[in-house]
Design a binder for this molecule. Structure first.
Ligand SMILES: Nc1ncnc2c1ncn2[C@@H]1O[C@H](COP(=O)(O)OP(=O)(O)OP(=O)(O)O)[C@@H](O)[C@H]1O
Ligand SMILES: [Mg+2]
Length: 259
C-alpha cells in the first residue's frame, strides 16, 4: 500500500550538516500496523513528514498504491493529503481550542464530503465519537472540557474522519498516564481490526510497539537497521543497536500494556 524507496534528507544548520534520513526503504501493507522505533533524533518524525508530503526529500520516492507522490505537482499533492492523517503526541496542540468537537470533526468530514450538512453531518460526527468511545452528547463541547485521554480520542476521531489510506501516529501515547495509554492502545487495536486501518506507529517505547505492531522497523541515525516480526526481534535481535535499545528500557511485563 505504501512504499518508500531510498529516501534521503539532509538538513543544514549553519555550517553543520545533519543527515536526518539516510536511505530508508520501507513498505506498509494494507491493514498492517508498522511500528517504527528508535532513539530521539534518529529521524522518525522527519520520515513521517516526508510521507505526509510536508517535507520534500532530497531523493527517493513515496508511492501510495500505484501513485508516486514525489513526482506529483503541488495541486495534486494537496488532493492526496486527506489520504494521510496524523495523530500527534499532544492532542491539545493539534486541536483548535476555539472549535467545538462538532465543528472540528464536521469540518474534516466536509473536506472529504463537501455536500454533507445538517442532520446527516451530525449523525456522522456522532458515529465517529461512538467509534472512539466518546459520548455524542458532548459534541458541542470545546477541547479544554475533556481530559488528556479523551482529547487523544477526539484527535483519533478526526484522523479517521476523512477515511484515510494511512494513519501516522507519532508518539500518540507518550504524554499520557500509563493506565490511559493502555486504553488508547486498546482503542487503536480495536480500530485496526474493525476498520482495517493501515498505520505507521512511531514510538521510542518498545513495550508499546510490541503490544501494537504487526511488524517492527528499528531506526538508528537515519537508517533502518533491522525490521521484522516483533516477537522474533524481541527474542533474538540481530543488530547490536536493537540489543542496546532493548537493554535500555525497563522491561515492563508485556501484559502490562494489555490491562
Ligand atoms: N527542520 C529541521 N531543521 C534542521 N534540523 C532538523 C529539522 N528537523 C529535524 N532536524 C534534525 O534531524 C534529526 C532527526 O530529527 P527527527 O525530529 O526526525 O527525530 P525523531 O526521531 O523524530 O526524534 P524524537 O524521538 O525526539 O521525536 C535531528 O538531528 C534533528 O535535530
Ligand atoms: Mg519525533
Amino acid at each position: 500500500m505504501l512504499e518508500l524507496k531510498d529516501i534521503r534528507k539532509t538538513f543544514h544548520k549553519g555550517r553543520e550538516r545533519v543527515v536526518a534520513v539516510d536511505g530508508v526503504s520501507l513498505t506498509i501493507s494494507e491493514g498492517e500496523i508498522l511500528g517504527l522505533v528508535g532513539e530521539s533524533g534518529c529521524g522518525k518524525s522527519t520520515l513521517s513528514r516526508i510521507i505526509m508530503q510536508l517535507l520534500t526529500p532530497d531523493s527517493g520516492s513515496v508511492k501510495l498504491g500505484n501513485i508516486d507522490l514525489t513526482s506529483l505537482p503541488r495541486r495534486e499533492i494537496r488532493r492526496h493529503r486527506l489520504d494521510f492523517q496524523m495523530i500527534f503526541q499532544d492532542p491539545y496542540a493539534s486541536l483548535n481550542p476555539r472549535l467545538t468537537i462538532f465543528s472540528a470533526l464536521g469540518e474534516t468530514l466536509q473536506q472529504r464530503h463537501p455536500k454533507l450538512k445538517g442532520p446527516a453531518l451530525q449523525d456522522r460526527v456522532a458515529g465517529l465519537l461512538e467509534t472512539v468511545g466518546l459520548s455524542p452528547r458532548h459534541m458541542r463541547r470545546y477541547p479544554h472540557e475533556f481530559s488528556g485521554g479523551q482529547r487523544q480520542r477526539i484527535a483519533i476521531a478526526r484522523a479517521l474522519a476523512p477515511e484515510p489510506s494511512l494513519i501516522i501516529a507519532d508518539e500518540p501515547v507518550s504524554a499520557l498516564d500509563v493506565s490511559i495509554q493502555s486504553q488508547i492502545l486498546n482503542l487503536l487495536r480495536r480500530l485496526q481490526s474493525e476498520l482495517h486501518l493501515t498505520m505507521l506507529f512511531i514510538s521510542h517505547d518498545l513495550s508499546v510497539i510490541r503490544y501494537l505492531a504487526d511488524r517492527i522497523a528499528v531506526m538508528n541515525r537515519g537508517k533502518i537497521v533491522e525490521s521484522g516480526d516483533p516477537e522474533a526481534i524481541f527474542e533474538s535481535p540481530r543488530e547490536a543497536y536493537t540489543r542496546q535499545l532493548l537493554a535500555a528500557v525497563p522491561r515492563l511485563p508485556h501484559e502490562a500494556a494489555t490491562v
